[in-house]
Design a protein around this ligand. Structure first.
Ligand SMILES: [Zn+2]
Length: 69
């Protein structure tokens, strides 16, 4: 009864970091937030709005740029 349960990162189970609590890192916090965000937007609709396609066709083909990346 003397030991408190050690809080763990709910995302990956690692030790949480005070700065990012209740997560262990910004990555896990973002991951969890993203999951929640996606869930919140999971509307029972089969068709996506046209806005979802904007930007997809404008993206340059991968590996075709020469800016030293
Ligand atoms: Zn984590």
């Amino acid at each position: 009864m003397s030991e408190k349960p050690t809080p763990k990162c709910p995302s990956c189970g690692a030790e949480r970091v005070k700065k990012y609590r209740p997560f262990c890192s910004k990555r896990c916090a973002d991951m969890d937030l993203g999951r929640w965000f996606i869930g919140a937007y999971a509307v029972p609709s089969e068709e996506l709005p046209d806005e979802f396609d904007i930007g997809m066709d404008d993206a340059p083909p991968p590996g075709d740029s020469d800016d030293g990346y």
